[in-house]
Design a protein around this ligand. Structure first.
Ligand SMILES: *[C@@H]1O[C@H](CO)[C@@H](O)[C@H](O)[C@H]1NC(C)=O
Length: 200
């Protein structure tokens, strides 16, 4: 037999061997369960909505975990997040008007970090009530749960980058909506309609 006529045979044998001996890269049980859970899908969507991709997605998982659900929860992240929001807003207001009175500054900062009128509204807009993990007898739509999760996002971002400025910038965009810092939109929350506050 001419060697050239063997070529198709060799090709077929090689192809069969490649299929038989190919072993897919190992997939850990953890990454499989991460991929398949709807919580993970929700975290992916949330990252798109806030326009920030976590290096360590575990931080966002924790931010979206209420204390009723797990010991590994968002309580401490939320404290950091609240601080970041207040610092960011203070800095912004003072940068615009260095003569702002201490009373005005205090009032405006507290308006923006208020649980019901601002923080929970921002959280509801992101749909956090549908993402945050709570125990079966906890209502995830209450303002304290939604607000805690909202604040925790910024604590998580600061931990992810090691810089609170990064988290503050994400807050300004999320709060203002597409970089516009003064949009007085009404938002329906529970039975009431809230007007979102401007950061002008
Ligand atoms: C959960 O809380 C929201 C907001 O306070 C409320 O509108 C809703 O009725 C509550 N749901 C249940 C099942 O209690």
């Amino acid at each position: 037999m001419h060697p050239r006529s063997l070529l198709p045979v060799i090709c077929i044998v090689a192809a069969v061997a490649a299929v038989v001996f190919y072993s897919p890269p190992p997939v850990s049980a953890q990454s499989l369960s991460l991929r398949s859970s709807s919580f993970s899908v929700a975290l992916e969507t949330l990252q798109k909505h806030i326009n920030y991709d976590f290096q360590n997605i575990g931080l966002l998982r924790r931010a979206m975990t209420h204390s009723s659900y797990s010991e590994e929860n968002n309580k401490a992240f939320s404290i950091l997040g609240e601080d970041i929001i207040e610092t960011t807003v203070s800095l912004r207001l003072l940068a615009k008007d260095v003569d702002i009175s201490s009373k005005d500054l205090t009032d405006r900062v507290s308006e923006i970090s208020k649980v019901e009128t601002s923080c929970a509204v921002d959280g509801m807009r992101l749909g956090l009530q549908n993402v945050v993990r709570v125990s079966s007898n906890t209502n995830s739509s209450t303002s304290s749960v939604v607000c805690g999760a909202f604040r925790a996002i910024f604590g998580a971002i600061a931990l992810d980058t090691g810089k609170s400025d990064d988290a503050g910038n994400v807050f300004l965009v999320v709060h203002g909506g597409a970089g516009v810092l003064c949009t007085s939109k009404s938002v329906h929350f529970g039975r009431r309609t809230w007007t979102r506050l401007c950061l002008k």
